[in-house]
Design a protein around this ligand. Structure first.
Ligand code: PMM
Length: 307
């Protein structure tokens, strides 16, 4: 079973791992740890040393309730970090909703544009991405962070997310984006209600997106559906940074379902998880029920020494 391939990005033959560098003072999951540029660059290099295939650099928090930063501030935060990491040959993606930031990031060496708004926040984005000829993550999005959770209303979340994403895909194709450069993302946590189980439904039905033929990126890392799943009996939520083991579990599940890439804050254990999933997937086509094996070659589930 082969993995999806996205031009210009690593092809390890398994689900890729994208490590997150939020150059923000207020991201919900890593609370400003990498706001200083030197620290952000160091962190990106550390993530690569741990096995990240791509480093995702973002300068604007998208946590629920967040207000927007100015264009100038976003550029100031991300461009030097992208330049420094790209100079070290790190495959960098830029996490931005702004066409001007995407353009500057690509000029600084970014190889992928990760737009959580799927081209809705800035109407110039698809045109800029089409001209840059870089891969483009189209994420499911229903509005800016300050009120996005009020839009988490679905009759059938899997069907609606799929339909809305395909609608965005046809819009960006109309603007000239090459279909071979499109990646889909269900947008876990974005206008999705942990209480209503939207994120779990999307994870459990990832095939609704992988079956489109587009590569699929999944960002479950430290999202609030995990902090609420792991809450104490009295309802106290698990802190974000203590949800990394659960994130690894979601990585294994998403990769086993054929995700092209997972976006995570901690890299090493997630790389192990995608390798486990790759081995699991590789064994699938070879599988035959034990009695069939026995009939075919005279053994049932024998070990290497025939026991
Ligand atoms: N989530 C966040 C930011 N960027 N990009 C993609 N493609 N998918 C995501 O799920 C996603 C994203 C928010 O998480 P963070 O603030 O912890 O980085």
């Amino acid at each position: 079973m082969t993995s999806a391939v996205v031009p210009g990005l690593p092809e390890p033959g398994r689900c890729l791992v994208m490590g997150v560098v939020n150059v923000t003072p207020d991201s919900f999951s890593d609370g400003g740890a990498w706001f200083d540029q030197e620290k952000a660059i160091r962190h990106g290099l550390d993530l690569v040393a741990e096995g990240a295939d791509i480093v995702d650099v973002g300068g604007e928090s998208t946590r629920p309730g967040a207000q927007r930063v100015s264009l100038e501030e976003e550029l100031r935060r991300v461009v030097p970090v992208i330049e420094a990491l790209s100079a070290e040959d790190v495959p960098v993606s830029v996490d931005t909703m702004r066409a001007e930031v995407a353009e500057a990031a690509v000029a600084a060496g970014a190889r992928l544009v990760n737009d959580v708004s799927g081209g809705l926040a800035d109407p110039d984005m698809p045109r800029v991405v089409a001209a840059a000829r870089v891969p483009y993550v189209v994420m499911h999005w229903r509005g800016h962070s300050h009120d996005m959770q009020t839009r988490a209303v679905y009759a059938d979340v899997v069907r609606e997310v799929r339909e809305e994403l395909l609608h965005r895909v046809s819009a960006v194709l109309d603007e000239g984006v090459d279909p071979s450069l499109i990646v889909l993302d269900p947008g876990l946590g974005f206008a999705k209600s942990p209480k209503a189980g939207h994120n779990w439904a999307l994870l459990a039905h990832l095939d609704a997106l992988t079956s489109t033929g587009y590569p699929v990126l999944v960002g479950a890392s430290r999202k609030s559906f995990l902090t609420s799943l792991l809450a104490e009996p009295d309802g106290t939520r698990r802190p974000f940074a203590e949800c990394d083991d659960a994130t690894v579990a979601t990585t294994a599940l998403a990769a086993a379902e054929g995700a092209w890439c997972v976006r995570v804050h901690r890299v090493r254990a997630n790389v192990d998880a995608v390798r486990v999933a790759a081995a699991f997937r590789a064994a699938r086509p070879a599988h035959r029920p034990a009695d069939e094996n026995a009939a075919a070659d005279g053994r049932a589930d024998a070990g290497s020494d025939g026991r």
